[in-house]
Design a protein around this ligand. Structure first.
Ligand code: GLN
Length: 279
């Protein structure tokens, strides 16, 4: 029977053909199959897994080699230092979306009782992170997909976020008469013909990624709606593609927003835009 060290070496070699992080993937999948931590693998490289664990690892490895994202195989992904449950009904939270959380937190005063909405919450990563960092705020998270909303609720419960409510609906339709200090969203913004959609991303829900021919359809719909649900002086904060900053700023300006500011991600690419509704 192969040892942990041998399994890791062989599987990383196979994974190198499909993944930029073959060793990490192999460790995460083996730890999952053995029901232990990665640290445990490093501490016991000569251990020989049981046949049923070996089989479990083999099956995970096969799925990974077909391109399935590690986060779906493990059923979880870390975001803003917390573990979120994820499933193929939701987008896998991305590191670049942590920028959105960072921008939102820089706006929300520490002890504020702001009302915040997160549109298209998916796994709930943005809404729950904000709710936990600013426990006196009230966060409302919406999603059009009931399975996603169930997962988001379960994440909120497990992570102890009590100040977040979940509503089923298309963008702001569930929020009718409510008004917010901040509306934040990571909507779908990929163009339908983007070649990027053929990669690993094909396992993620198209509804959370694709927004028409130019990737701007969701912004066209939701920007005019956000205006109706913001308090005067309220903010909107949007994640977008790195070539969309100008188009998004134009849609915001046309809808009457002011103080439009774009922020870059860690790679220096324009990635999110903030704007204010005049008082
Ligand atoms: N940043 C994601 C990607 O390019 C897209 C996320 C989105 O459409 N909201 O993979």
């Amino acid at each position: 029977m192969s040892t942990v060290a041998e399994l890791l070496r062989q599987s990383s070699q196979h994974l190198a053909s499909i993944s930029p992080t073959p060793r990490l993937d192999a460790e995460l999948l083996l730890a999952c199959a053995l029901g232990c931590s990665r640290t445990h693998l490093w501490a016991w490289p000569q251990a020989t897994p049981e046949p049923h664990q070996h089989e479990r690892f083999r099956r995970l490895l096969q799925r990974r080699l077909r391109g399935e994202p590690v986060a779906y195989l493990l059923g979880r992904r870390e975001f803003w230092s917390r573990e979120f449950e994820v499933a193929p009904t939701t987008l896998i939270p991305r590191p670049e979306t942590e920028l959105l959380v960072e921008q939102a937190l820089s706006l929300i005063p520490l002890k504020s009782r702001w009302r915040i909405a997160d549109l298209g919450t998916g796994s709930g990563a943005i809404a729950i992170s904000l709710a936990l960092e600013r426990p006196l705020t009230h966060v409302v998270a919406t999603d059009i997909c009931s399975q996603a909303l169930r997962l988001a609720k379960s994440n909120a419960r497990r992570l102890g976020a009590r100040n977040v409510a979940f509503l089923l609906g298309d963008w702001l339709s569930a929020l009718a008469a409510q008004s917010f200090d901040l509306i934040v969203t990571n909507p779908p913004y990929v163009a339908a013909a983007d070649p990027h959609l053929k990669g690993e991303i094909r396992f993620e829900p198209a509804i959370a990624l694709v927004a028409g021919d130019d990737g701007l359809d969701a912004f066209r719909r939701l920007i005019p709606q956000t205006k109706l649900c913001l308090k005067p002086g309220g903010f909107v904060l949007l994640e977008h593609g790195f070539r969309q900053a100008e188009a998004v700023a134009e849609l915001l300006a046309r809808a009457g927003f002011t103080n439009i500011v774009c922020h870059c991600d860690l790679e220096g690419r324009p990635r999110s835009t903030m704007a204010c509704l005049a008082k």
